[in-house]
Design a binder for this molecule. Structure first.
Ligand code: TXA
Ligand code: MG
Length: 350
């Protein structure tokens, strides 16, 4: 398939360019586009056959539902109904932004979007290109991350190009994503209580400041046990996976650094061991493929670079990755959640 590609200046997006992609969406095609979290693969949320194409192209399990993206709060009623009172302050505080809210679905939303369920996940992205694409399309746009299923989510144009060029009708190149991990997903549980199904840049602390009790679902930091019912199907899959097996190493700096170095030596020190560490640590590891992914004091630098780092390890063909993490609080909770899944919950605590 021919794939239309344009580079867009995200500060002053050119409407004429975005209009071409909006027309593709209106005509039932698929367009990958930048958001502030990760790139999304978009289709008209109200067009069942367009939505099905997303699952085919990504090779995504059909029982994993999609997020419907809206350009403003006025569009919410096109996809959701019976919106619990009290959520206005949530929308006012975090939309547009990196928060997805699970709500009762409208009949117009095809069951392919919701994996047969009666709820729909909704997000209003803050990225100017995403907003304009939805506005010009005139319909809500469903968009999972624009990667092939099982690969790390795409945080720049090159990642999307690698996974989807030739398989979709269009890709809008908007440079790098600011946040780099996917949105926080919450489901309202009675008045003023939210359950966090997937942690992201909207942290439990931020939700609590806004007047909500925030409960983190147990499967955010623990693997799903066989045969249990999960609150969000996304929890079931080994997401964000690099090809090499990954081990998260936690503990005091000195202990972690000497543990990883011992492992490098034991493996034969042939440069095939990957180390994911913090800025300024490169020189501490010899004969390894080292990526510094950001500053331990600046979680946003880590979230922004994490998925790109996992893809680079793949390209370098490392056999094993040892990874350093920050504490699982604030944005660190979202980062840790993604790393746990990349590592299939393989954690060594020293
Ligand atoms: O930041 C993001 O959310 C990105 C950008 C493109 O907006 N999108 C994204 O979509 O991450 P996706 O499809 O990769 O992840 C959607 C997550 C999955 O974990 C899915 O199981 C969950 O949201 N989800 C979707 N609908 C749901 C529903 N009705 N109930 C519970 N979980 C739902
Ligand atoms: Mg995804």
């Amino acid at each position: 398939m021919e794939t239309l590609v344009d580079r867009i200046n995200t500060d002053t997006p050119d409407k004429l360019i975005i209009q071409k992609y909006a027309d593709i969406i209106k005509n039932g095609g698929l367009v990958a586009f930048p958001t502030e979290t990760v790139y999304g693969l978009g289709a008209n949320a109200l067009d069942d056959s367009a939505v099905r194409k997303i699952f085919e192209v990504k090779n995504r399990p059909v029982n994993n539902p999609l997020i419907a993206h809206i350009s403003d709060i006025g569009m919410l009623e096109t996809v959701a109904r019976d919106i619990p009172s009290g959520l206005e302050r949530l929308f006012a505080a975090f939309w547009p932004g990196a928060l997805t809210v699970v709500l009762p679905k409208r009949a117009a939303v095809p069951l392919s979007v919701t994996a047969g369920g009666e709820t729909v996940a909704v997000r209003c992205p803050s990225h100017p290109v995403a907003g304009e694409l939805i506005r010009l399309s005139g319909v809500p746009i469903v968009a999972p991350s624009a990667n092939l299923s099982g690969r790390p989510s795409p945080t720049c144009f090159e990642h999307v190009y690698t996974d989807l060029y030739g398989k979709v009708s269009g890709i809008i190149d908007g440079g790098r994503c600011d946040i780099g991990i996917e949105s926080t997903v919450v489901i309202p549980k009675g008045k003023s209580v939210l359950k966090i199904l997937r942690p992201g840049a909207v942290t439990p602390q931020m939700l609590e400041k806004c007047g909500f009790e925030a409960h983190v679902d147990k499967n955010v930091l623990a693997p799903v046990k066989d045969n249990t019912v999960v609150a969000s199907p996304g929890m079931l899959y080994r997401h964000y996976a690099p090809r090499a097996s990954m081990e998260i190493v936690r503990g005091d700096d000195d202990d972690v650094i000497s543990y990883i170095n011992e492992k490098i030596v034991q493996s034969g020190a042939d440069g095939k061991i990957g180390v994911l560490c913090f800025d300024g640590e490169r020189e501490l590891y010899r004969n390894a493929f080292v990526i510094e992914y950001g500053s331990a004091d600046n979680p946003l630098s880590l979230s922004k670079n994490l998925f790109a780092a996992l893809r680079r390890f793949d390209e370098a063909d490392v056999t094993k990755i040892y990874a350093r993490v920050i504490k699982p609080c604030g944005l660190g909770l979202g980062i840790y959640n993604r790393m746990l899944r990349a590592a299939s919950f393989n954690v060594t605590s020293l």
